[in-house]
Design a protein around this ligand. Sequence first.
Ligand SMILES: NC(=O)c1ccc[n+]([C@@H]2O[C@H](COP(=O)([O-])OP(=O)(O)OC[C@H]3O[C@@H](n4cnc5c(N)ncnc54)[C@H](O)[C@@H]3O)[C@@H](O)[C@H]2O)c1
Length: 333
Amino acid sequence: MKISVVGSGGWGTALALLLLENGHEVTLWSYAEEESRILCETRENPMLKGVALPAGLGLTTDLSCVRGCKIVVLATPSFAVRSTAHRVAPLLDAETVLVSVSKGIEKETSGTLTQAIQAEVGAEHPVVALSGPSHAEEVGRGVPTAVVSASEDQGAAELVQDVFMSPRFRVYASDDTVGVELAAALKNVIALCAGCCDGMGCGDNTKAALMTRGLTEIARLGVAMGGRKETFAGLAGVGDLIVTCTSMHSRNRRCGILIGKGTPPEQAVKEIGAVVEGYYAAANAKALADKMGVEMPIAAAAYEVLYHGKDPHAVLTELMTREKKHEIEDSWV
Ligand SMILES: NC(=O)c1ccc[n+]([C@@H]2O[C@H](COP(=O)([O-])OP(=O)(O)OC[C@H]3O[C@@H](n4cnc5c(N)ncnc54)[C@H](O)[C@@H]3O)[C@@H](O)[C@H]2O)c1
């Protein structure tokens, strides 16, 4: 099958290699001429050191590579998803399926990324979100990984499942696009907080509490927005949360560690040198929680640290000394 991957960062490249290995005809599109030149000359992506790009992988900066493709994978940072979909839209064949693999919430609309793509490409193109615990560095090396292919369109979700499935990349299909995408975007906020705890020298207890309560509030917002509760206990939910909060591959966690050690947030984001989606998602989470009237104390605390320079130590004390609660909200009712 002819497939284009639009966005040649670490994730787009790892997925392009996986699709190539699965026997598809794959072209990887780069946003920047310089990025494409490096890929062509070295046959390696600096984000995936030691992983060779085989001669069979097409490399281009010409977006017309999407013409004639049955599937187009969008793998840009979340802020560029709508503009990229807008550029791609007039070049698509009828019924081309779009796959969003970015993790974020659109800043301007507070909508999901598949909603932004759908608005740009039109209703005739099914849109799928592919998400789960999946570091590019590991998928690029063929480390066994499992993810979710989510769409309201069952045929499209299952097509994407078939196309990506391999003995080292297992794909589950889901109809809960909203839940999968919100889980993917919001866990990055919790990963930033987890890194922050590590940077401040907190222990395993603190991180476990943060992850558990973080998932609770992610699910609270997700369900309020139409997602299914079970999705948050699945690969795109707790699965991705575990991997992002515990791994040094996670740039969100690494950014949080710098902040926890005292680096100002904006400088920490710059030092990471690649997109830190959790930084932007924290602002989206705050806006969405306010709009939906959903309580998200950890996301609100992250927002204060990231955007108002509040001291993470003070924020941690405030979180620990909030009014007492029942763990399960409807206990004894
Ligand atoms: N890296 C991972 O392990 C991983 C795993 C799953 C999901 N994701 C998600 O995939 C998305 C991309 O992540 P990545 O790791 O590949 O990022 P990256 O920082 O490695 O690369 C980002 C790519 O986007 C391109 N880009 C920058 N500005 C652009 C613009 N205005 N228009 C179009 N393209 C532009 C860059 O040239 C670069 O190729 C993110 O949303 C991320 O959360 C990443």
